[in-house]
Design a protein around this ligand. Structure first.
Ligand code: G4P
Length: 547
């Protein structure tokens, strides 16, 4: 094998690209920080929070985030552990920005679902989990805060299975929780990882005691706690789910770990199991079939666009997930949507420490490239063969509005701003084709997205606007013909709009309207996401306003 190909293969196999999904406050920042500490990417605890606030200070549209104390942006953190290169995709904490998280998950090969042991599955976990399910990526569960009183582990697993519809497979089994927490039993090795209280550090591994050493265990763990733990373990061993590698890789069974990120307990053991089990970069579907990460031709797609990382320049940075080959500045690639060749620039952001020297990035890696306004979310860049990757799905928005500006002179500027901001994914945009000259309908999963939109229109496009809220609450995509849409509309008086790809959606004012629609038109399929529809009727976003 030529040296270049060997290096490509070696480097690609080392990559682990993943995201952590959780409900706010479950401990995502804490766990992230501990992983970065283990990987040597940061040296001091507290740096992640500190870094975040510093970044806010240098970016003026993020002033909005600061004012509201929320995190809007998603970035990538990179660290190495043993022989692995880890790309940890960060996701915004606030639920109103879950659309950003949905897109980020499109760039991840696996997800860690972090759950607060006392709270179990929370609303935001459910929403984000739905996206993982569509993607069929492996999902690891980390039950956090075991140093606090937690719910019964059977109860928690039952909830995960019932509410999320995924099977669970405990990799470890907890010995009590809260004040009585004494660690976990690793099922495979039959070793007790003993919790030495809050003095545990990341560096010192937990004390390991063989499960057969009853004498030592009895001296350390109250008898009743040990007995009930062993009973639980036996039940899991005899009556629990069997682990299936295939089901795991398709996201149908989740390995579950118990720990406490804050007290460092179980984090290193989790990371090691995670890296071992987590698959490397996988093939991605495209218009020419699955693209193999080990193909030597470069390919990648844009999953995020971030504006104004440097407030002195009104720059946009496009975040590109590499699917195959090697990213090198100077390489000529096809920009599928624009139908022309572009030259890959020097990335604005390399996330790996090692890459600053070699300046090459491989499948699984994320590079941030300068965007002079030519990229939209979902764009594919390919070397040699021209093709498009499967689109990045959008999810049903629940907030709708129309922007108004008092100045007619600013209308062109407003439309330019709206188009760019929609391409960045700030909000979604629909047109009501039955009303030819009407303003586009803007839609958002979370209402704060509208605040960001108005803020950015004012600050970056110099257009002062207000937003008239429209009385819809639900949007559902459909895939029927225009004639069938017209029939359904005539029967139900539902509002029909089209998204930027030309897919049709029905808008509903409330739950009752959806039920009425389904009863009146039982054969019309309604989808909460356009995941299965993308590419049906692709048209370029710039033709959006021509109609
Ligand atoms: P998030 O990013 O998911 O929103 O959560 P974050 O890590 O900020 O954690 C939320 C709170 O939970 C923090 O407390 C954090 O210290 C605490 N926490 C995280 N992991 C654990 C754990 O394993 N055990 C316990 N007992 N607490 C944990 P805070 O008081 O809100 O903030 P801070 O002042 O501690 O930073």
């Amino acid at each position: 094998m030529p040296a270049d190909l060997r290096e490509l293969e070696e480097q690609t196999r080392r990559r682990r690209t993943f995201a952590i999904i959780s409900h706010p406050d479950a401990g995502k920042t804490t766990l992230t920080e501990k992983l970065l500490l283990l990987g040597g990417a940061i040296r001091l605890a507290g740096s992640v929070k500190a870094k975040k606030s510093k970044k806010f200070a240098t970016s003026d549209w993020m002033e909005l985030e600061k004012q509201r104390g929320i995190s809007v942006s998603t970035s990538v953190m990179n660290f190495e552990y043993r022989n692995y290169v880890c790309n940890l995709l960060d996701t915004p904490g606030h639920q109103d920005f879950s659309e950003d998280t949905y897109r980020t998950l499109a760039a991840a090969d696996a997800a860690i679902m972090l759950i607060d042991g006392a709270k179990g599955v929370e609303p935001q976990t459910i929403k984000l989990f739905e996206v993982c399910k569509i993607r069929q990526i492996p999902i690891f569960t980390f039950v956090n805060k075991m140093d606090r009183d937690a719910r019964d582990p059977f109860d928690l697993m039952d909830e995960i299975e019932q509410v999320l519809g995924i099977q669970t497979y405990p990799m470890t089994w907890p010995i009590s929780s809260g004040e009585r927490f004494k660690g976990v039993i690793e099922r495979k090795s039959r070793l007790v990882h003993f919790f030495q209280g809050r003095n545990t550090t990341l560096e010192t591994p937990a004390q390991l005691i063989p499960l057969s050493d009853t004498e030592q265990l009895n001296s350390l763990i109250p008898q009743s706690d040990l007995e009930s733990t062993l009973e639980g373990l036996e039940m899991v061993d005899t009556a629990g789910n069997e682990f299936s590698e295939e089901a795991f890789l398709r996201g149908q069974i989740s390995p579950v770990f118990f720990g406490s990120a804050m007290t460092n307990f179980g984090v290193r053991a989790f990371l090691e199991s995670f890296l071992e089990m987590c698959p490397g970069p996988s093939a991605k579907g495209s218009s020419v079939g699955p693209v193999d990460p080990l193909s030597s031709n470069f390919s990648g797609f844009v999953f995020k666009i971030q504006a104004n990382m440097d407030p002195k320049h009104r720059d946009r940075i496009a975040f590109l997930r590499i699917v195959s080959g090697v990213y090198e500045a100077g390489l000529m690639v096809n920009h599928s949507r624009l139908g022309r060749e572009i030259k890959l620039t020097q990335p604005q952001q390399f996330f790996a420490q090692e890459r600053t020297a070699s300046e090459r990035a491989y499948a699984g890696d994320i590079v941030g490239i300068y965007d002079p306004g030519i990229f939209a979310i979902g764009d594919s860049l390919t070397e040699q063969q021209k093709f498009e990757f499967e689109g990045i799905p959008q999810f049903a928005p629940e907030n709708f509005g129309v922007v108004r500006t008092n100045s007619a002179l600013k209308r062109k500027q407003l439309l330019k701003g709206l188009l760019q901001l929609c391409q960045e994914g700030t909000v979604q945009m629909f047109v009501d084709e039955s009303r030819a000259a009407s303003d586009p309908i803007l839609a958002a999963v979370g209402v704060l997205q509208f605040d960001v939109l108005l803020f950015r229109l004012r600050n970056e496009y110099n257009v002062d606007c207000s937003l008239d809220i429209l009385p819809y609450k639900h949007a559902r995509w459909t895939n029927i013909s225009d004639t069938e849409i017209a029939e359904a509309k005539a029967k139900t008086d539902a509002t029909v709009v089209r998204d930027m790809q030309g897919n049709a959606l029905f808008l509903f004012r409330n739950d009752f309207n959806i039920t009425y629609f389904q009863e009146t038109c039982p054969k019309v399929p309604l989808f909460r996401s356009n995941a299965k529809l993308q590419g049906n009727m692709m048209r370029s976003a710039s033709s959006f306003f021509d109609e």
